[in-house]
Design a binder for this molecule. Sequence first.
Ligand code: SF4
Length: 333
Amino acid sequence: MDAISYERAGDVAGAVRAAQQPGAVFIGGGTNLLDLMKGGVARPVRLIDITHISGLDSVTTLPGGGIRIGALVRNSDAANHALVREQYPLLSQALLAGASAQLRNMATVGGNLLQRTRCGYFYDTAFTQCNKRMPGSGCAALDGHNRMHAILGASPQCIAVNPSDMSVALAALDALVRVSGPDGERTIAFADFHRLPGDRPDVDTTLQPGELITAVDLPPPLFSAHSHYLKVRDRASYAFALVSVAAALQMDGERVRSARIALGGVAHKPWRAHAAEQMLSGQPLSQATLKQAAAAALSGAQPRHDNAFKVQLAQRAIVRAVNQAAGYAGGVA
Ligand code: SF4
């Protein structure tokens, strides 16, 4: 049995200081970390409990518009907060699509950003090939069961996907991640927060050692009238996405003024479909244009032997999600 020490941080500076010790990790809701520890995938020697730090558990408005969601806000509280429901319904929908009610009551916004892939080879230590768990060991999923795995942005080192629903909505909303670390505070654009696997699939984010997520900032709401989160999964609840789509539109009548589309379940990070966004923006929302945009979003897909179905599934999900966001519930999918 591994010895693990425990320390309760009283403030952000104390947590960052404590995290400088070798083998230290932060623990918030613990809904992913404890699973990883029980499975022997994560072996921290020191847990820094951040749940008693004050000031990180609220949703507040920002000067000039926008909101700040503290890193310790529970997923269920964020999803049901009046400001989130009214101004960022896309985020509320994505949060409520994730996990189960019990898990959402425990999981924090900061922890959700850091949840690790659900690749079965990563979680099962009986498999000796997993570059994410043991760098340099190989990737059992390349020629193994890869139905749930990436079709975009993968590398020969790792084809895992990011499992978060919340992060797909935050990618579409151009959120900012606020962090504190040994060198002070900084803000990370959401697009730069999660990494593609490249040759370091063991590193999921651009956080530096000892940095603590303190909040997520959302810019002023532009898409509250026209957004939709669509999650396609094997079960109606408590299942990770095969494919998900966060669609957010600004509409002038039937013309799309601007579009944001992010995909989940297809890559090592939430995947912004910039080409599709550009094809839709400034155009009347026709089904022909929408299908062309959806095809463009998946044009670079490289499916594996078990997950080729995701290419067409993602295209159809984009069509449906954008139609729903526009208010065309009966749109062709
Ligand atoms: Fe490990 Fe990534 Fe390969 Fe899964 S896909 S076995 S997480 S290296």
